[in-house]
Write a protein that binds this ligand. Structure first.
Ligand SMILES: Cc1cc2nc3c(=O)[nH]c(=O)nc-3n(C[C@H](O)[C@H](O)[C@H](O)COP(=O)(O)OP(=O)(O)OC[C@H]3O[C@@H](n4cnc5c(N)ncnc54)[C@H](O)[C@@H]3O)c2cc1C
Length: 379
């Protein structure tokens, strides 16, 4: 059985940071009156927007992608300005360069930081002493922050409410199709109600790893995507590492970053964090794939390898792991760049697919939306 809802100006699919921010933008800046946000989970920002490394990038991470590094430098101050309560700044951030198997040397890293205008200085001896000098060439003190996803979720909830955006949780969109007279039809399913057909003028597909999982006339994204099941281990840091964020570059190394939402640290390792990957395709549902996956932790292997470079980590206590599907553009596999995907589907006029490679890319998405002409017939 199908039910039909009232006409919506826009349907936003996905209540992560991107879906919520876009809904708020359309309501506040573009005068959309009737916006419906549909989210398959029971709350906002519980998927990739929560299950991540929580780093507010400032460029350091991308010595092989100047554009991503540069955009991070531009976006970080805006992010801190717009979400000051959600940004943790009170920790010491270190980037260390490995002696062997690194794609950059310490000199190249320093030069790159100067080129993008990112602060960098040699770390003091007490901090250097945390690292094994035979494996680490140099250690730098830099400026990088971490975000608290629960605070971003609180912000999203308040703003959506204030803007009158209707939200439907535990509901999954299964189809997007062309309707009559420049409208779109969205099919939504939940366990509680019968299947619903929603008519609207615009659809914003902000479903991150679910971005290609729609039937009907949805053509799929033109850009190829890679899906990756990832594990971030949540750790109680030993006293020597509390108040620190550490990244070892640039190759098969690791990061130990504060995770403000839990008052813990995440431990991730380039070799052990990605468990499984595949080329994204309609019909291979990433959420189902993750659900069916056995979630066997690799924290022991992470700690063993990290302990060679940073012995204090051997005293850290494992709490649990965050497993999530990470979605990246195939074309950036080599350079680690994280541009946005922003596609207007010509086959489905009024339907947009949006994927932000990292949280601060929201500004790049809003810039794109700013140059879109939306029909302002909303009353
Ligand atoms: C392991 C990992 C580490 C990362 N580290 C960082 C980092 O340190 N810094 C950084 O800036 N970025 C990082 N990222 C990237 C960052 O998490 C994403 O760019 C960002 O969260 C994407 O937000 P989103 O709203 O698009 O996705 P999400 O938060 O996943 O939101 C998409 C929403 O859509 C919903 N949905 C999906 N399909 C449907 C459907 N059919 N119907 C209804 N709802 C649907 C989902 O339930 C989900 O809530 C990381 C990502 C991962 C996975």
């Amino acid at each position: 059985m199908s039910g039909t809802d009232v006409y919506q100006d826009a349907v936003i699919i996905g209540g992560g940071f991107y879906g919520a921010s876009i809904a708020i933008y359309l309501a506040k800046q573009r005068g959309f009156k009737r916006i419906l946000l549909i989210e398959r989970e029971p709350a906002l920002l519980t998927r990739a927007s929560y299950n991540n490394q929580a780093r507010v990038h400032n460029g350091y991470h991308y010595p092989r992608s100047f554009t991503t590094a540069y955009r991070s430098r531009v976006n970080l101050p805006k992010f801190v300005r717009d979400w000051p309560d959600a940004v943790k700044q009170d920790f010491t951030k270190l980037y260390a360069i490995a002696r062997r198997n690194s794609k950059v040397t310490a000199k190249q890293f320093e030069r790159f930081c100067r080129e993008i205008g990112a602060k960098i200085q040699p770390a003091e001896p007490a901090l250097r002493a945390l690292f094994e000098p035979r494996l680490i060439e140099d250690v730098f003190l830099v400026e990088e922050y971490a975000f608290d996803a629960t605070k971003l979720a609180g912000w999203a909830e308040r703003e959506l409410n204030e803007c009158g955006v209707q939200i439907r949780f535990e509901t999954r969109v299964t189809e997007i199709s062309n309707g009559h007279n420049e409208t779109l039809r969205v099919t939504a399913q939940s366990d509680r109600d019968a299947e619903k057909l929603i008519t609207c003028r615009y659809v914003f597909n902000c479903t991150y790893s679910g971005i290609n999982q729609f039937k009907g006339d949805f053509p799929g994204t033109r850009i190829g995507l890679k899906q990756e099941i990832t594990e971030m281990a949540l750790m109680q840091a030993p006293s020597a590492l509390q108040g620190l964020g550490i990244t070892v570059m640039d190759g098969p190394f690791f990061s130990m970053m504060p995770f403000p939402a839990r008052g813990l640290h995440t431990l991730s390792h380039v070799r052990y964090t990605p468990h499984l990957h595949w080329q994204d395709k309609q019909g291979i549902d990433p959420y189902k794939r993750l659900n069916d996956y056995d979630h066997a932790t690799r924290v022991d292997r992470m700690v063993r390898d990290v302990g060679r470079y940073l012995p204090a980590v051997l005293e850290a206590k494992y709490v649990e792991s965050l497993f999530e599907v990470k979605t990246v553009l195939v074309k950036n596999e080599g350079d680690d760049g994280r541009p946005i995907l922003f596609e207007r589907h010509l086959e489905l006029p009024g339907c947009y697919s949006v994927l932000g490679g990292k949280i601060d890319n929201i500004y790049d998405v809003l810039e794109k939306l700013e140059s879109e002409k939306f029909e302002s017939t909303f009353t």
